[in-house]
Every structure is written in C-alpha cells, then in structure tokens.
Design a protein around this ligand. Structure first.
Ligand code: ADP
Ligand code: MG
Length: 468
C-alpha cells in the first residue's frame, strides 16, 4: 500500500519539501568543523568532510529527532481535537463488534488535523488485538491515486497475496473492478477504506468510481466496505452526484480551523518533544501561532514556521531560537510558496511573468506595460510560440495581480496621457531562477550572473509587500 502523502498547494498546504531543502542548504553551507583525532586525513574529499562534520556536530538546539517537526510525524496527543477523535471513534466503533459502521465524510480546511486524527483512530483500532484479521484498513491519498483504474487496482492489490495475484495495468476497468471485488471478498473482514483528499479524485475523475465503491456491499458475500472520505474542500459534496452524496454523507464531521491559542498548545507539545530546555526565546511559539492563525488556522503552517525558525537558528549557529528567526522563517516560507505558485501558472502566463521580471530587474523599478508586451513578444518568438493578443495578456496581468505577484497602477505621462505601470511584489532573486528552471522556459537559457545574486539575497530576505 502506498503511504499517504500530503499534497502541495499554493496558499494552503506547505511546500514541506522546500522547507527541507532550506535545512539541507543550511547544513552544507556551515563551515566544516575540524575533525579531531580520528577524523579524516588531509586526503579526504570535501564530501566526506561535510558528512563528518554533520556527524560530529552535536546540535545544541535539539533533544529529539528533527522529524518530530515534520508534517508526516503523528504526535501521541492531538490537543483540541479530542471531540473529533471521539466522534470518529464512535462512528467506526461498530466495526469492533462486527457490525457495519456508516460511511463517513470528514471535511475542513487544510492543516486542521483531519489526516492526523484519522491516522490516530486507525492506529488505536489496530493496536487492539481483538480486531486482528477482522478489520482491514486501507489509506489512500487521492492526490497520488487519482484515476478510477489506479484506485481500484491499488485497493485490489492490497489484498493480493503475491506478484502473480496483482492486478496489472492495461485491463478494462470492468475487469479490474471484478478482480478487486474478488480479492477483497476472500476474507470476511470489515474493510475501512480511507480516501484522503477525496476532493482531488472527484475533481480529476468525477464521482463514478465512488458510486462503484459505495454500492460494493451489495455485491460482496464475505467482506464489507466502509468509506471514510477526507476533503480539504468544504464545498466538495456539491460536486457529487446525488446518489453518491447520500451514501458518502451518512455521517459528516467538520474540522474547524485552529485559533492562535490552540496553535500555541500544539506547538508547545511539539517543542517540548524536540528542543532542549530553554532554547526557545519567549514569544517564538506565540509568533509562529499568530502568523499561522492568520493563514486559516493551519497547524501545518505553524509547525513549518517553527521548524524553519530552528533551521535558521542552526544556520546562524545560534544557541537560542529567537523571534528574529521566526521572522526570517516566515519570509523564507513565503518565498517558497511563491516559487511553487510560479510553477503552476499557465505557459503564456509564465512567459509574461518572466518578461516582467526581466524588465523590472533591468530597470530596477516599475515597468510600463508597452515594454512588457515587447519583451513578452520577443520571448514567445524565441520559444517558437505565437504571442497571444493584448486582451489575453491583459487578463493574465490581472491574474498575476490577483495572485499577489505584481501590482498594476495607472500613471500619468504628462499632457493627459496615462499608461499602466507594473511593480513586482515578490523577491526577484528567488522568482527569476524558479522560472528559469521551469522546463517550459528552459530553452531561453539562464543568464550567468544570477547565482551570485541568489546567494547574496538568501541572507537578506525582504519583499515590498505581502500578497500571500
Ligand atoms: P489536514 O489533513 O487537515 O490538512 P493534518 O492532519 O495533515 O491536517 O495536520 C497538519 C499537521 O499539523 C500535521 O503535522 C499534524 O500532525 C499537525 N497537527 C494538526 N492538528 C494537530 C493537533 N491538534 N495536535 C498536534 N498536531 C496537529
Ligand atoms: Mg490531510
């Protein structure tokens, strides 16, 4: 079974992988410590010096594993989710008695603890020896498994004994469905199928496969299936066809966002597990919680801020984590989100943004739309594309403005003439390289001098204003 994984989305989920890369960069950038006595001799490679230094370097900040601050870590306690844990447990409890629980839909904004709560209830049920062999859990993240075929195939294959029994690719959907049902029905177990980020499956593939699953119990002779859907999209059920909606909605639980005080409790628990006593300055937790409370009460964001703040402190070789580190972490996080945002723009919009950034960098200030159009036209030509009409470009400008990447203002040009001026609202040193690395823009080549700029700006993150 593939492990559930959390998705990356702009403005909501955190790009945790990017957060990780910050830490990795930070460690490698640190000066190598002198290896004492039994360390490598003068002939050792730069790489082994780095490995050696990371092994010998006893970090003064941490007492526990750093992974405790990662979103994949499920803590032993989930403060402020006791009520939801009890609700989920009550709904699934009939399975312990051999009865069939109702299907359940859990919904709430990103970072409200949905995945963690369900994982905890699952673990609690699995810990009970009396459930062994009678209850089977399958957790799938529908961001990864997002087609009817892959969904039915993956479910079927969790019951397949060995490779020969596995459902291959290339069958008809009907055949996969029949085989999946056969494999599931071999044992008289209650199968609890957790479909995390179910909204993404429906957005990509519609709800037919959910209908198939929701009526499977009428076709199974031995096994029984319970569906637990988890959605980050509050309006998710509107997209469902009425028959599926009523089956999936048998029970519903809403996860409200956390407020700043609740986020503080969550962070304090984690901090106590991971940091040495006294390394957190007063106000660090409060600041992380306050920032994240403003961002939809997202616990993931609060944790990412704390993790990044610790990494910033580590990078400075500081003995304590201060509010300053949190401010740096916030800025870093916003930049990472911007980089992710750029990656998801439509192709022509990327070219347009690239033209804007180039002109802005050249001028070191606001650029006029005419100059941007010219730059855009030149770039599309070099990419072998047909430039879009001014109207579409204008729409894309509004889109970039809505995303908070640029600001467009009207300026007067003397004698009553007026034109539009574009101001870039994101750090150029991060955004330009992100676009240059984009496969679509790669044929344009990367200007040589940029790496230097990037390094210089890394220590001095600053942006005009925050659209994110
Ligand atoms: P969702 O699935 O709603 O997007 P998650 O369950 O993935 O949110 O939670 C995001 C992160 O925040 C995870 O690392 C999770 O462990 C942590 N988290 C969420 N709620 C709590 C809580 N009440 N206590 C401790 N950690 C929490
Ligand atoms: Mg989740």
């Amino acid at each position: 079974m593939p492990p559930p994984s959390d998705r990356l989305s702009v403005g909501g989920a955190l790009p945790s992988s990017l957060g990780a890369s910050v830490g990795e960069r930070a460690q490698i950038a640190a000066p190598p410590l002198s290896p004492s006595g039994n360390g490598p001799g003068p002939s050792s490679s730069t790489a082994s010096e780095v490995f050696d230094s990371s092994l010998t370097f006893q970090n003064e900040l941490y007492r526990g594993r750093k992974e405790i601050l990662r979103e994949s870590y499920i803590p032993p306690r989930l403060p402020h989710r006791e009520h939801q844990i009890r609700q989920v447990a009550q709904i699934l409890a009939p399975a312990l008695r051999g009865d069939l629980p109702s299907n359940l839909l859990i919904y709430g904004k990103i970072g409200t603890g949905k995945t963690a709560v369900v994982a905890q209830v699952r673990a609690d049920i699995q810990r009970r020896t009396d459930t062994a062999g009678r209850i089977t859990f399958i957790t799938l993240n529908c961001g990864n498994v997002d087609t009817p075929y892959s969904l039915l195939q993956t479910i079927g294959n969790t019951f397949a004994g060995g490779v020969p029994e596995q459902i291959p690719t290339g069958w008809s959907l009907d055949r996969v469905q029949a085989r999946m049902r056969e494999l599931m029905d071999e044992k008289p177990a209650t199968v609890i199928l957790i479909l995390d980020e179910i909204d993404r499956l429906v957005a990509k593939s519609g709800s037919d496969v959910l209908y198939t699953l929701s009526q499977l119990n009428t076709e199974l002779a031995h096994a029984r299936l319970v569906l637990v859907g988890i959605s980050n999209d509050l309006k998710f059920t509107n997209q469902l066809d009425a028959r599926v909606r009523s089956r999936l909605n048998e029970e519903k639980i809403l996860f409200p966002p956390y407020d700043a005080v609740q986020l503080q409790d969550i962070l304090r628990d984690r901090a106590a597990e991971v940091f040495r006593e006294g390394v957190l300055d007063a106000g660090v937790i409060e600041r992380c919680a306050a920032y994240a409370a403003l961002e939809n009460g997202d616990a993931r964001r609060a944790l990412a801020l704390l993790r990044l703040a610790a990494e910033m402190a580590e990078r400075d070789r500081a003995k304590r984590i201060t509010s300053d580190h949190v401010v740096k972490a916030k800025s870093r996080l916003e930049q990472d989100i911007i980089v992710e945002c750029c990656k998801t723009l439509p192709s022509h919009c990327k070219v347009l943004l690239y033209a804007i950034l180039q002109a802005y960098e050249r001028r070191r200030g606001g650029v006029l739309t005419g100059e941007v159009y010219d730059g855009y036209a030149r770039l599309t030509q070099r990419l072998g594309l047909q430039p879009l009409h001014a109207r579409s470009i204008s729409n894309y400008l509004s889109e970039l403005e809505n995303l908070g990447l640029i600001r467009v203002t009207i300026v007067s040009r003397g004698r009553g003439g007026r034109t539009r001026e574009i101001v870039v609202d994101v750090p150029i040193s991060e955004t330009l390289p992100a676009l240059e690395d984009d496969p679509f823009l790669a044929p344009l080549g990367r200007p040589r001098s940029r790496n230097q700029t990037l390094l210089t700006n890394f220590d001095n993150p600053g942006r005009a204003s925050g659209g994110f």
